[in-house]
Design a protein around this ligand. Structure first.
Ligand code: PGA
Length: 312
């Protein structure tokens, strides 16, 4: 390995994460032949193949898997070293890699604004995905922190509460149930329903609610994004139950309304999670402290969200 360079290891890590030289080249702003050349040289330095191609797909060989694990440790250590040095200089500096469930799109970027203004030396990478994919990322130790609603029982994690995440029934403004109070859940279940994709934490919470009451909903449409569901509701394809935060930028007299259904909102809470026993990096701890120092108030600035919180 004497001839391998840090740059090659970096390129390898990204290619191993994507299992694609093309996507690695895109992420690193390199050309694909450059990535191939770097991987060829690294393979020579290791003395064993790192990738194997089966059909159109690329896989890591055993040597590749071992090297990927080693690279993750090396880069995590280096990044923590950089932060520690910056901390010694009295600065908060370094990388913060966050993975978050898709519903947090409506609040995390807004919270990152003031955070990045307070800590301009921190580089944030934020990836959104659904609950199930995020749990996989947690098992693979891909990020510093994970923001989600239902912290997993395994692997063991430390979970720090971040903010309330009530789930509410959303319908078009002109819906016949829009002005009714205390709509029975049974009545809501008779409406054509628009459901999030399987693997979504929102979907799991909705399914549990109906299952607890022995109710079945008629799922008319399954969509993989909250925003697409809102558009489908406006298009009168059905109703749905989504996080109240998805309404953050909606006008109070806009095309969507929240139905007053008994048993709703489903009370949920977002947590910032990291593997138990793993010491958060200095930057990650700074972000956790920032979240604890009033992130929730920031969220309540959105009138549509505040209205829902008042009902909780
Ligand atoms: P989802 O998760 O984006 O996968 O629906 C939401 C949540 O866990 O709050």
């Amino acid at each position: 390995m004497k001839n391998a360079t840090l740059h090659q290891l970096k390129v390898f890590s990204v290619a191993a994460r994507h299992l694609s030289f093309t996507r690695a080249a895109e992420e690193l702003f390199l050309t694909q032949p450059t990535v191939s050349m770097q991987m060829k040289q690294l393979t020579k330095a290791v003395g064993l193949p790192l990738f194997e191609q089966l059909g159109k797909r690329l896989y890591l060989t055993d040597a590749g898997k071992r090297l990927y694990g080693t690279c993750q440790q090396i880069f995590a250590e280096l990044s923590e070293f950089e932060s520690a040095i910056a901390d010694l200089k009295g600065l908060k500096q370094g990388q913060l890699s966050l993975g978050a469930v898709s519903t947090t799109k409506y609040f995390l970027p807004r919270i990152l604004g003031p955070f990045c203004r307070e800590y301009p030396g921190v580089d944030v990478a934020l990836q959104f995905t659904n609950h199930e994919y995020l749990l996989n990322a947690l098992s693979d130790n891909q990020h510093d922190l994970y923001i989600l609603s239902l912290p997993p029982a395994s692997p063991e994690v430390t979970a720090v509460p971040v903010a309330e995440n009530p789930l509410v029934a959303i319908a078009p403004r002109a819906h016949p149930l829009a002005n009714e109070k205390g709509v029975p859940l049974e009545r809501l279940a008779q409406e054509p329903f628009i459901m999030r994709e399987s693997g979504s934490g929102t979907r799991r919470a909705v399914e549990m609610l109906f299952a607890e009451r022995d109710l079945e909903v008629e799922v008319r449409l399954e969509l993989g994004s909250n925003e697409a569901i809102k558009q489908a509701i406006v298009g009168e394809l059905g109703v749905s139950i989504l996080s109240a935060h998805t309404l953050a930028l909606e006008r109070e007299d806009g095309p969507l309304t929240v139905l007053d259904v008994e048993g709703l909102p489903i009370q949920r809470r977002w947590y910032a999670v990291y593997p138990a026993g793993k010491q958060p990096t200095i930057v990650a701890q700074t972000f956790l402290d920032f979240l604890a120092s009033g992130a929730e108030e920031l969220l309540l600035e959105a009138p549509a969200v505040r209205a829902q919180f008042q009902k909780c």
